[in-house]
Design a protein around this ligand. Sequence first.
Ligand SMILES: *Cc1c(COP(=O)(O)O)cnc(C)c1O
Length: 366
Amino acid sequence: MSALPWPPLRDALVGEEPYGAPQIDVPVQLNTNENPYGPSAAAAADIAEAVRGAALTLNRYPDREAHALRADLATYLNADGGQQLSEANVWAANGSNEVMLQLLQAFGGPGRVALSFAPTYSMYPEYARDSLTEWVVGHRESDFSLDLEAARRKVLEVQPAVVLLPSPNNPTGTALPPEAVAMLCEAAGNGIVVIDEAYGEFRREGVPSALEVLPRYRNLVVTRTMSKAFALAGARLGYLAAHPDVVDAVRVVRLPYHLSAVTQAAARAALRHAPELLGKVAELRAERDDTVAWLRAQGLEVADSDANFVLFGTFADRHAVWQQVLERGVLIRETGPDGWLRVSIGTPEEMTAFKSALVAVVEENR
Ligand SMILES: *Cc1c(COP(=O)(O)O)cnc(C)c1O
């Protein structure tokens, strides 16, 4: 007889469920903030051709440091707020989720704290748990903005090794002003401040990227992904921009050959099609703004959004609303503070389906 339970999980994992939104096969899927527009036949053909080339070399391990891809990503970022970034400033992995886990593995750990401000991305506490880092959350205001003075006090009190903040925020869509990024970097001292710009490309006109202040703060890390605006969620490619010392630190914890030759080839080919893959972003932003206005016109509370989703509410029984909208063939997300629901921005047809389902459900529950 063993003293260990079965399976012999460490205490922090007992009873935990694997993370993930329900993957339900319904006609209209507006729950994981994907770009509803897939790559064109021409882009798909180029990606396939690049993968075919990589396939001929699959007896060999891939480039462990993904040199060419990181240089391409730096070039891409320099066209969207990056200040003369080069390969040494960029790191890439299998989705920005892996990038952020690597950041916690490098800079978190026992005796160290990771800090965020709720409501925030629900994966962050999992990175903390999995890297044995203590997890602390402050809070946002009722309009989901950050009170800079309160946040500064929290950082000084907690002395986090890592601050994790999405901008635009998931699930609320709220972007951080540049003063907030500067304040966090200054208050954190040598602590790492991660600004997760998974939805950066969707920000409204005049909202700057944290990339613009990157040269001022060696403790600032900006993460991005090809999963959202870039319409490449299936390829699994996320990346960060930071001081080269931060990149070198992350290289210590990455697994050898973590990024397959197939992934690197696909991502580089996709980057050559960046203008096309990002071609629907303007349309999605306009549809987002229309959706915000429409939801408000229904008398609902709606958070301002700089992302490709909208958080709205509030419902006494949000699970019932989610379920009844689902029964009408539209999958949205039950997330965020109690009473709120989140809808990703889809095609105009998908948004029409969402609106009629929501109107019907609200009618029924009146
Ligand atoms: C979707 C999302 C990501 C991206 O995850 P990938 O692993 O790059 O697909 C990162 N952060 C937030 C807040 C997200 O919502």
